[in-house]
Design a protein around this ligand. Structure first.
Ligand code: FCB
Length: 451
C-alpha cells in the first residue's frame, strides 16, 4: 500500500538533446553534442541526435502521452543553443517560443513543469572559447539562467542549474567518453570547479530576477560499497565517495572540498579564486538526486564483482534498490538537506515490441521501479524529506555514447516510424499512481465524515 504523502510529485524525465531532434531548425546553434556525435567512433551505433524522438515537432502528442501516464510532473531540459545559439549575445525568439508552447500545453494538462538549464549540451561557440575550462563560461551560464528565469519563472515548478556535473567533468573531460571528449583528469577537476561556480552564480542571478520558482541542482549519486573488509578496499571506497559524491555536496552545503579528496590531488593545478566558495554555497530550495546503481570497489586483480542478486540492466548496471535508501539516509545524516526529489531513476532493458499483442512486456523494468519506490519509502520513514520521484525516462531516446541501442523509456519508440507505445511498466506506473490517489481520496473522505 502506498505510504507516500498526498501531495507527492510523480513524474517522468527527459533531456533536450536526447529527444528533441530539429538540430538545425529555427535558428538553433550547434552544441558540443552535435560536434561529438558527428565525430566518427564516438557513438556506439554511429548515430546522432539530429532527429532523436522528433519531440520538437511532436511535443503536443508527447504531452498527451505524459498525461496518459497520470503523472503530475514532467522534468525536461532547455537546449541552451536553441535559445541562445552562440551561448552569449543574441537570444533566439523561435527557440524560446518552442519551450513556451510546451509549458502552456503541460500546464493545460495539470502537469507541473520542472526545468533543467544544463543537461550537457554546451553551445559549441562557447566550447571554441574554452568551454568549461574557461571561467568566462560561468558568467555566460549565469546570464542564460537569469533570462530563462525571467521568461519562465512564473510558469515552472522548479529550475535546476546543472544535471549531473560529475558526468560533464569526469566523462566529458577526464575519460573522453562524453562531449567534448577530452581525456585529462587534471582538466576534469578544474571543470568541476567551474561547474560548481556557475551553479552558484546562476542561482544568485536567478534569485535577483525575483522569481518565486524553486531553485536547485541535480546530482548523480551512489553509495560506495567496498567488496571486502580489507583495509585497501575500505580506504579506496571512502576515497571514491569523497571524489564523486562529497566533491559536489561539500562545496554546496559546507563551502569547501572534502579534505580526503584534496589530499589525493596536486592542488597547485586547481585554480580557485577568493570568493568562489561563498558564491557556490548558496541556499537551495531543493536537491535533485539521480540514482541508478551503487558503486562497487575492489582493489584485487582481477577486481571482485558485485553478486547482483537482483540482476543487471542492459547497461550492465547492478539492480541495487537498497543503495537508494543507504544513499539518502547517509546524505541526511551528513548534511542539512533541503527537500529532495529523485530526479532520475530507471533501467535500460533490451525491450522488444511483441508483434502479436502490440505491447511490450518489460517486467524487469516494472520490478526495478517497484523495488526502488519501496526503497524510497524506507528512506522517508527514516526521516529523509523526499517530495517527488521522476522515472528516467518518459520514452526511449538517444542514450549518449550508446546511441539508440539502450532503451530506458516507459514508452517504446519505434525510430523508423516515431510511433510511441506505452510499455507494461508505464501501465504499472499509471495504476500505481491511480491507487495512490484513490487511497488519499478515500482517507480524506473518511476524515471528513469523522470530523
Ligand atoms: C543519466 C543522465 C540521463 C540518462 C541516464 C540514463 O546519467 O542524466 O540523461 O542518460 O543517465
Amino acid at each position: 500500500m502506498s505510504k507516500f504523502p498526498n501531495n507527492f510529485t510523480w513524474g517522468v524525465a527527459t533531456s533536450a538533446y536526447q529527444i528533441e531532434g530539429a538540430a538545425a531548425e529555427d535558428g538553433r546553434g550547434p552544441s558540443i553534442w552535435d560536434t561529438f556525435t558527428n565525430t566518427p567512433g564516438k557513438i556506439i551505433d554511429g548515430s546522432t541526435g539530429d532527429v532523436a524522438c522528433d519531440h520538437y515537432h511532436r511535443y503536443q502528442e508527447d504531452v498527451e502521452l505524459i498525461a496518459s501516464l497520470h503523472v503530475n510532473a514532467y522534468r525536461f531540459s532547455v537546449s541552451w543553443s536553441r535559445v541562445q545559439p552562440t551561448g552569449s549575445g543574441e537570444w533566439n525568439e523561435a527557440g524560446f517560443q518552442f519551450y513556451s508552447k510546451l509549458l502552456d500545453q503541460l500546464i493545460a494538462k495539470n502537469i507541473q513543469p520542472h526545468l533543467t538549464l544544463y543537461h550537457w549540451d554546451l553551445p559549441q561557440a562557447l566550447q571554441d572559447q574554452g568551454g568549461w575550462l574557461s571561467r568566462d563560461t560561468t558568467q555566460h551560464f549565469a546570464h542564460y539562467a537569469a533570462e530563462v528565469a525571467r521568461r519562465f519563472g512564473d510558469r515552472v515548478a522548479s529550475i535546476a542549474t546543472h544535471n549531473e556535473p560529475w558526468c560533464t567533468s569526469v566523462l566529458g573531460h577526464g575519460t573522453g567518453q562524453f562531449a567534448p571528449g577530452m581525456a585529462d583528469p587534471v582538466l576534469a577537476i578544474q571543470v568541476s570547479h567551474h561547474l560548481l561556480l556557475s551553479h552558484g552564480l546562476a542561482l544568485q542571478a536567478m534569485r535577483a530576477t525575483g522569481t518565486k520558482t524553486k531553485l536547485g541542482i541535480v546530482l548523480n549519486q551512489w553509495p560506495v560499497t567496498a567488496a571486502t573488509d580489507s583495509a585497501e578496499d575500505l580506504a579506496k571506497a571512502k576515497l571514491e565517495y569523497a571524489q564523486s559524491v562529497q566533491w559536489y555536496m561539500d562545496p554546496i552545503f559546507k563551502g569547501h572540498y572534502p579534505a580526503l579528496a584534496l589530499a589525493h590531488l596536486d592542488q597547485s593545478l586547481l585554480l580557485i579564486h577568493e570568493n568562489d566558495f561563498k558564491n557556490i554555497q548558496q541556499p537551495l530550495d531543493f536537491l535533485g538526486v539521480n540514482y541508478y546503481t551503487r558503486t562497487f570497489i575492489s582493489t584485487e586483480h582481477p577486481p571482485r564483482k558485485p553478486e547482483g542478486k537482483l540482476g543487471f540492466s542492459d547497461m550492465g548496471w547492478e539492480t541495487y534498490p537498497d543503495g537508494l535508501t543507504d544513499l539518502l539516509v547517509g546524505l541526511h545524516q551528513e548534511y542539512t538537506l533541503p527537500p529532495v526529489y529523485i530526479t532520475e531513476n530507471g533501467i535500460a532493458v533490451a525491450d522488444q515490441l511483441n508483434k502479436d499483442s502490440g505491447g511490450i512486456d518489460d517486467h524487469q523494468r516494472t520490478d526495478y521501479l517497484r523495488r526502488h519506490l519501496d526503497a524510497l519509502q524506507a528512506a522517508m520513514q527514516q526521516g529523509v524529506d523526499v517530495r517527488g520521484y521522476f522515472y528516467w525516462s518518459l520514452m526511449d531516446n538517444f542514450e549518449w555514447n550508446s546511441g539508440y541501442a539502450k532503451r530506458f523509456g516507459m514508452v517504446y519508440v519505434d525510430y523508423a516510424t516515431q510511433q510511441r507505445t506505452v510499455k507494461g511498466s508505464g501501465i504499472w506506473y499509471r495504476q500505481f499512481i491511480d491507487s495512490h490517489m484513490a487511497l488519499h481520496a478515500t482517507r480524506e473522505y473518511a476524515q471528513s465524515k469523522t470530523a
